[in-house]
Write a protein that binds this ligand. Structure first.
Ligand code: LLP
Length: 463
């Protein structure tokens, strides 16, 4: 199988270039700041430190495998996003990337809103004190119970995903004597992934209501007739790990076109558009993500231009970055176990975690970097594959990387940029215990999600 398949799934296998690692980097000790969180550096002895704490101490105190999250980097990225979008826009952090109560508190302190897509995420958000009006509720198949809770608790917006859901949410709101603020999620016929985007006539996917065939216009018509619903805008999310703004451009143009149609037909100018998330991060040195201020400027220029040409007042914009905020802020620390050189092929380096803490490599053929972090080494580079300890040959953490040839059992290695969709997609496969998430900041480290224990496993198994 090609290893260049797209991180968003095999459907996109045709859009990425081949092979990142054509030659080893000049110095394997260099920690490329593109892929590591901001406070990561090597100390005088050559060991990695984050937030001023060395990995040997972190491993001793918290064990391995473990995710270490650079809290000041997380907060700085939140501020960069909200500063970039300014007062005329709203940033909703996409909780699916990684959510915990500590994260919710940081978001609040940094002034961000939150996108949730399940009852569990909603509960976590509310329990940590996120005001309901700052929450957007997503999902293509929200349960009756989720809808009831969201409306009753007064979430700021529910993003409607189907014709049936329009009726369900309106019924609940009416029964509770409420008027629920809603957006309609439309599929604009754009699939944007990494360096490419594909514009198609219509999309073959489960999310949203198609613009094509007048379906989204029909959804607007229905929502506007229902007393329980207040239509605040249109939502579009076009994909994952996107670097190329062209997909957003097409999406914004099509959404604005719908706003113009709504104005012409109903005499209503909808006040908001949400352009979703999906902004890319650097997993390897080859990736070149854009800064939030460039993204904000590009998006607001596109929307302003399209609205001017349609004769509409510019709506308030919202965005939903998940990966771009939390992704780069964490790394996974592993201890090296078995090392198996395969003559003429590569060396298999087994670590004490695997596909249970990072399914993205197996699931999406995603690319990651890896470094020896407990010491420096000037040994020759060797081609390695970092694999886990699961009973599955596809249990690969990093497919191809160079590591020093003196790598030995007991060394600590770390995979950067694992803040998004690693802990949140972690599993108990082979009854693995999901690793803790440890927040590190200014010389202090504290567990924000604890490691699972064997008692946790047994307590779910009722015998
Ligand atoms: N808004 C909506 C409506 C979404 O569906 C998503 C992601 C986001 C925002 C946030 O996207 P982000 O900025 O994090 O890319 N598990 C996959 C990613 C799935 C994303 C699903 N929706 C992965 O590991 O790459």
């Amino acid at each position: 199988m090609s290893r260049s398949a797209h991180p968003a799934g095999p459907r996109h296998a045709d859009v990425l270039h081949e092979g990142h690692y054509s030659a080893p980097p000049a110095d394997l000790n260099v920690l490329d700041e593109k892929v590591w969180s901001r406070t990561v550096t090597r100390d005088a002895e050559g060991a990695l430190t984050v937030g001023g704490i060395g990995v040997a101490r972190l491993a001793e105190e918290f064990g391995t495998p473990a995710y270490f999250l650079d809290e000041s980097d997380f907060r700085a990225r939140c501020r960069a996003w909200s500063d970039a979008f300014g007062r005329d826009a709203d940033v909703f952090y996409a909780g699916k990337a990684f959510l915990s109560r500590a994260v919710v508190r940081w978001l609040q302190e940094e002034g961000l809103n939150l996108d949730v897509c399940s009852g569990g995420e909603l509960t976590t958000a509310l329990d940590a004190g996120m005001p309901a009006e700052r929450i957007a509720f997503h999902g293509n198949n929200k349960s009756q119970d989720e809808i009831e809770r969201a409306v009753r608790l007064g979430v700021g917006r529910i993003v409607l995903d189907s014709f049936q859901e329009i009726v369900r949410v309106a019924d609940v709101a009416q029964r509770l004597g409420k008027r629920q603020r809603v957006q309609i999620r439309v599929t604009v016929g754009v699939e944007a992934h990494t360096h490419e985007f594909i514009a198609t006539a219509h999309e073959d996917q489960k999310f949203g209501i198609a613009l094509a065939g007048g379906q989204a216009a029909e959804a607007v018509r229905r929502v506007l007739t229902l007393d329980g619903l207040e239509l605040i805008g249109i939502h579009s999310h076009i994909g994952s790990q996107i670097f190329d703004m062209a997909g957003f451009e097409v999406s914004a143009r099509r959404v604005v076109q719908l706003l113009a149609e709504v104005r012409d037909e109903h005499g209503v100018e909808l006040p908001e558009i949400d352009l979703g998330g999906g902004l890319g991060i650097a997993y390897t040195s080859e990736d070149d993500p854009r800064e939030p201020h460039e993204i904000a400027k590009a998006l607001s220029d596109i929307v302003t231009r399209e609205c001017e040409s349609a004769g509409l007042a510019t709506p308030r914009i919202s965005v939903e970055p998940g990966r771009a905020i939390v992704g780069p802020t964490a790394f996974t620390l592993y201890e090296v176990g078995t090392i198996k050189p395969l003559e003429g092929l590569r060396t298999y380096v087994s670590v004490d975690g695997g596909m249970s803490d990072n399914i993205r490599t197996a699931l999406y053929d995603a690319e990651y970097s890896v470094s020896l972090v407990s010491r420096r080494s000037d040994a020759e580079p060797m081609l390695v594959r970092v694999v886990g300890k699961h009973c599955e040959s596809g249990d690969i953490v990093v497919k191809d990387a160079f590591m020093p040839a003196d790598l030995a059992p007991g060394d600590l290695i770390a995979v950067p940029a694992t803040g998004a969709y690693c802990r949140s997609m972690a599993s108990n496969y082979n009854h693995a215990l999901r690793p803790p998430v440890v927040a590190v900041r200014d010389g202090e480290a504290r567990v924000i999600v604890r490691r699972e224990t064997e008692e946790d496993l047994l307590s779910l198994d009722v015998g």
